[in-house]
Design a protein around this ligand. Structure first.
Ligand SMILES: Cc1cc2nc3c(=O)[nH]c(=O)nc-3n(C[C@H](O)[C@H](O)[C@H](O)COP(=O)(O)OP(=O)(O)OC[C@H]3O[C@@H](n4cnc5c(N)ncnc54)[C@H](O)[C@@H]3O)c2cc1C
Length: 422
């Protein structure tokens, strides 16, 4: 792939799609992003900016604005009385989905937003042409004679087919491209769901703010656990008071139990499979969860929950593809489409950044596509097993954690032996 100017189509215009789009256009390739939604904004979720995402921004972000909250350097565990019972040192950088999305849009197609008000200055002469198209759902892919042919539908009607030298499948955990390639690979619900939401820092009591600070806070309880941390506020503000307290509260629900069905049934009576989006949760379901929060959680945690105006729920699932490279290197599965992690590791965007940065090396002729795939699959395997182990440990305790801990230890051992062998 090195050296040739390519026509690239990226399926999915969320974070993984954009991370790849920025890299490829800066290398001079023409990039067209097709995004199924008619708009993407305000996902209201916290993102941990880990090492590969930080590297990506140091290298490719021309906006030059700070984009994360530098958290107090620790993770603290609280008991029901809100006393600190354990502290781990950790240097975490917390950001938000919106903040990352708009910054990537600014770098990809100069999109102006309240997050990034000015187009970044860049030398356009070396860039490829770009387009970001909402409302385009890719419905089919074919490969022959070194070209991939995509079929897509436009939301307002129309659509068509187009050809690409390279297709990046960045269509998320529910990837239809992965399903076309591997019809037997299933996305499986793992037995618990995450309640999520945010509250503006200024609306919190002084007592709660003093206890929580900007560090990452944990509370473990029977059948679940919750974490709480500070992320940028409206339009990416990092001002104390304007920032948001973001919570993720994991609760166990047996599949198809009445509670589970109730949780996933929205205000219109529609039963969702994985997510209840913001604004769609039935008031009685939210009200019951707030009562549960008041009876169970330490005061600062329940305060954040009770003051949250736009809660949403995501059921936790596992899915991964066995390979990343398809169609003789013309179709690459990336990000959540390749492997979707449990959120405990806070690593999905990190994986996407790793995939994109390694692809840049392939394009520059520094590594082969086979090496790219090995790096991506190894990261996916180790991180996914870590997520499963952490999730089971926190939700179910030691006994249900043993098998995944064994597979994780084995995967690390294989990695070290392979390194020594080389
Ligand atoms: C509780 C929870 C906490 C999380 N916390 C973190 C965290 O701390 N750190 C972190 O890095 N990540 C976190 N994540 C994960 C993160 O939200 C994303 O999963 C991650 O950014 C990777 O996204 P993606 O772009 O690969 O997939 P997605 O965000 O799912 O995007 C896929 C895109 O493809 C589009 N699409 C789908 N099918 C088609 C099609 N056929 N044609 C065209 N477009 C299509 C979709 O509309 C969507 O926009 C968390 C997730 C959860 C559930």
């Amino acid at each position: 792939m090195a050296g040739k100017k390519l026509d690239v189509v990226i399926v999915g215009g969320s974070l993984t799609g954009l991370l790849h789009g920025v890299v490829l256009k800066r290398l001079g390739h023409n990039v067209r992003i097709l995004e199924r939604s008619t708009s993407l904004n305000d996902q209201g979720a916290g993102i941990l900016a880990r090492e590969h995402l930080q590297n990506f921004f140091s290298k490719h972000d021309l906006c030059n604005l700070p984009f994360y909250v530098q958290a107090d350097p620790r993770i603290q565990f609280l008991n029901k009385e809100a006393e600190i019972i354990k502290v781990w040192k950790a240097q975490l950088r917390m950001t938000s989905w919106d903040n990352v999305y708009y910054r990537l849009r600014a770098n990809f197609d100069g999109f102006e937003s309240d997050y990034v008000k000015e187009r970044p200055l860049e030398d356009k002469s070396r860039n490829g042409n770009v387009s970001y198209e909402y409302g385009c759902t890719v419905t089919d892919l074919k490969y022959s004679d070194g070209l991939v042919t995509l079929t897509f539908e436009r939301s307002g009607g129309g659509g068509g087919t187009l050809h690409a030298d390279l297709v990046i499948a960045a269509d998320g955990a529910g990837s239809s491209i992965r399903r076309m390639l591997y019809p037997n690979v299933e996305r499986k619900y793992v037995g618990y769901a995450a309640w999520r939401g945010t509250t503006v820092e200024s609306e919190m009591s002084d007592q709660a703010k003093t206890r929580l600070t900007t560090c990452c806070n944990y509370f473990n309880h029977k059948d679940g656990h919750m974490l709480l941390y500070t992320i940028p506020g409206k339009n990416g503000s990092l001002q104390p008071g304007e920032r948001l307290l973001n919570f993720v509260w994991y609760c166990n629900y047996a599949e198809d139990s009445p509670e589970y069905v109730d949780l996933l049934t929205d205000t219109d009576g529609h039963k969702h499979r994985i997510t209840i989006p913001m604004g769609k949760m039935r008031p009685e379901v939210w009200s019951a969860q707030k009562d549960y929060a008041k009876s169970l959680l330490p005061a600062p945690f329940s305060e954040v929950v009770v003051k949250t105006r736009q809660p949403f729920v995501q059921c936790i699932t596992d899915v991964s593809a066995p390979k990343a490279v398809h169609f003789e290197g013309k179709l690459l599965l990336t990000g959540d489409a390749l492997c979707s992690f449990r959120p405990h590791v806070g690593a999905s965007t990190n994986q996407a950044a790793l995939n994109a940065l390694q692809l840049e090396r392939v394009m520059k002729g520094e590594i082969t596509l086979v090496e790219w795939e090995n790096v991506c699959l190894q990261y996916a395997e180790l991180t996914s097993l870590t997520g499963v182990t952490l999730g089971r440990w926190n939700q179910y305790g030691l006994w249900k954690t043993l098998s995944s801990a064994f597979w994780l230890a084995k995967a690390y051992l294989v990695m070290y032996i392979t390194k020594l062998w080389r």
